[in-house]
Design a binder for this molecule. Sequence first.
Ligand SMILES: [Zn+2]
Length: 252
Amino acid sequence: MQTKRSTRHLTLETVEDYVDKLLPERQVCSVEKHIEDCADCKELIQRARRYTILLSRWAPEAYAEASRATEEQKRLRVMAALESLEQSEPTIAKRLRVWREQWLGRGEAAVQIAVKASGEITRILTGGVKGLIKPQARWTFSYSPRAPKLASNMGIALDFLGSPASTDTAGEERLSVEDVSGARISIDELNDAIHVTLDAKAAGALVMLVPESEEDQSLVQKIKYEAVSGTYFTSFDKVPPGKYTLVVEPLQ
Ligand SMILES: [Zn+2]
């Protein structure tokens, strides 16, 4: 029996959320219906489940389109966050305005972070944020070699993190991404804390944590020198479960 099916493939966000069991029931049904007769999307989900995606074997145009739209949404969300923080943080309002007006919400570095309920796998995604990073950005984060990293032919790197090792030591494992310079973003799952360690160039730079939902408040912190460890560091503590975009203020 031939059933009418949507010609639209699943977006990358939908695949991620489906695999992470973050989708509402109604959407779960439509995903499952779609993959009943779409071998491409079914395969994508299987790959996502193994924390690896080979984008070149999936429809690259569809991926690029979905990815651009998603990045644009994220950038607009960052713009809105900057605007709202300008009101609530008068001492840094001028800098936030420059970030918004001059850089249109793009930062010196950006990653996506999914914080799960305690005991579940938390992730840091370095893909899907190209549209949020300014030209000649100073920090580009990627995974250590043990994590799979595959680049599409559009030059967009997509990473899935959640190694088997992190499941049996849940709550103790520190997940992290690193830049070649040694700059590092990590999640302390035990304390639901996000740690950001940059370098001397970042002294005083603002770091913004923007929740995906507009109803949740964005947070901003300043990179400070910590004499004890000799690092330029800040952290967000007790971060509630959810999806976030972390963006570093553009440097002058
Ligand atoms: Zn499909």
